[in-house]
Design a protein around this ligand. Structure first.
Ligand code: ZN
Length: 424
């Protein structure tokens, strides 16, 4: 047995313990903060959490390795429940075209197909190397669990290659939860034959992925640059009958009916929702489907059409926040920046953003039993911030305050010192 670890001296230990998850309404503001908190970790799991003196006096703490939080803030590791981790190279040309005023939807549509071409042509080792570099960036910004979608392969070989890369990345060191997004866009060889493509996915891909246990979730882009509502339904019903849990890219570019479909089919989450209207909000609020909001994509596109977070929360919907990390539309691994955007543009409170990016993110991935809060029995996935108040995390936008990231009790990242050479 490894030596226990005692983390002590946290000015604010933000536990997220308490109300049932996913959090809704006023419960999103309840962070379960313990002032001067301490955590005792044994074999990668949280053994005790509480007020410093009590935890430090426990028998298990006597010969523990000590980590001094020195008055900082500690949070559960972020659970990023929507990423496109494996993509092609950065789409820098698209970025400049959008800046120059070209229609961002047209740029994005062409961009997806260029990424498909790139992913198909890239060897899996190269894809894996690039994805690992991105994972390290997630670690530096405090994420400890990621969902990762396919969708840039879109044929048998391409999708299988990405799923295998995701399997290799899992637990090395982050938990990577794989999602099959075979219906992201109509692949070039099926242009104009969406129905036939979905037929092929249902007959070939879904059963094979299920048999080999390569994905936990199945996702569809139900939109004008993806699939019509009827094809989306057919695909998701087939996935559900095989036992997959469901996600939907819904109400993103247009009002597609995706949010209603998500609720009807019992999807775990409906993601994006920038175009969601009052009916969608009412339906989501009454359901167990989590509204996963992705302000990074809106920001990067230079749009001002953010998802109606305030209305979703005030009506009782369970809201999660994620980066939507994607080579084309939201190329950031910085969850704290997503919290800043959610505060500034979607009027979420700092506390709501933290609940949305931790415990509710974990619910959107079906892993709230081990992640998303600091409670005895859960994995010791923690982030320490160079801050003395949790509100500084979204307040200081674009600044990385992460001092340490821990995964299952192992320190993955520790901020280095800035050197101060003697004057010449
Ligand atoms: Zn997405």
């Amino acid at each position: 047995m490894n030596k226990p670890i005692l983390i002590r001296g946290a000015r604010q230990l933000v536990t997220l313990r308490g109300p049932a998850a996913p959090r809704r309404g006023a419960a999103l503001n309840e962070l379960g903060i313990i002032p001067n908190g301490a955590i005792l970790i044994r074999d990668g799991r949280i053994a005790e959490v509480g007020q410093g003196r009590r935890v430090e006096n426990l028998a298990l703490a006597k010969d523990a390795i000590e980590i001094d939080a020195a008055g900082r803030v500690i949070l559960p590791g972020f659970v990023d429940s929507h990423t496109h981790l494996v993509g092609g190279p950065p789409r820098l040309g698209d970025f400049e075209m959008r800046i120059a005023g070209q229609d961002s939807r047209q740029v994005a549509e062409a961009g997806v197909l260029s990424s498909v071409k790139a992913v198909r042509a890239t060897p899996s080792r190269t894809l894996e190397t690039h994805a690992r570099i991105c994972s390290e960036q997630f670690v530096r910004h405090g994420s400890t669990t990621l969902e990762a979608k396919t969708g840039y392969g879109l044929d048998h070989m391409g999708e299988l290659k990405v799923l295998r890369v995701l399997a290799k990345l899992n637990r090395a060191p982050l938990d990577v939860v794989p999602t099959y997004l075979g219906a992201y866009a109509v692949p070039p060889e099926y242009q104009g034959r969406d129905y036939e493509y979905i037929d092929w996915v249902i007959a070939e891909m879904l059963p094979m992925i299920r048999r080999r246990k390569l994905a936990r979730f199945v996702d569809v882009n139900c939109d004008r640059d993806g699939f019509r509502l009827d094809d989306s339904r057919r695909y998701l019903e087939a996935a559900r009958s095989l036992g997959f849990a469901l996600k939907i890219h819904a109400e993103r570019l247009s009002h597609s009916g995706g949010a209603r479909l998500a609720v009807e089919l019992g999807a775990v989450s409906a993601d994006h929702l920038e175009q969601a209207g009052p009916d969608d909000i009412a339906i989501l609020a009454q359901s167990s489907t989590i509204a996963t909001l992705l302000p990074g994509a809106v920001f990067h596109a230079g749009s001002n059409r953010y998802a109606p977070a305030r209305s979703l929360i005030d009506n009782g919907a369970a809201v999660a926040l994620a980066t939507d990390f994607n080579t084309g539309v939201s190329p950031t691994c910085n969850m704290p920046m997503i919290l800043s955007l959610a505060c500034a543009y979607m009027r979420m409170t700092p506390a709501e953003t933290i609940s949305a990016a931790t415990i509710n993110g974990a619910c959107a991935l079906g892993c709230a039993d081990r992640a998303g809060s600091i409670e005895a029995g859960k994995d010791a996935d923690l982030v320490m911030f160079d801050a003395s108040d949790y509100r500084e995390i979204p307040y200081r936008f674009g600044v990385n305050l992460v001092a340490m990231t821990m995964k299952r009790g192992a320190v993955l990242y520790q901020r280095g010192e800035v050197s101060c050479p003697a004057p010449l």
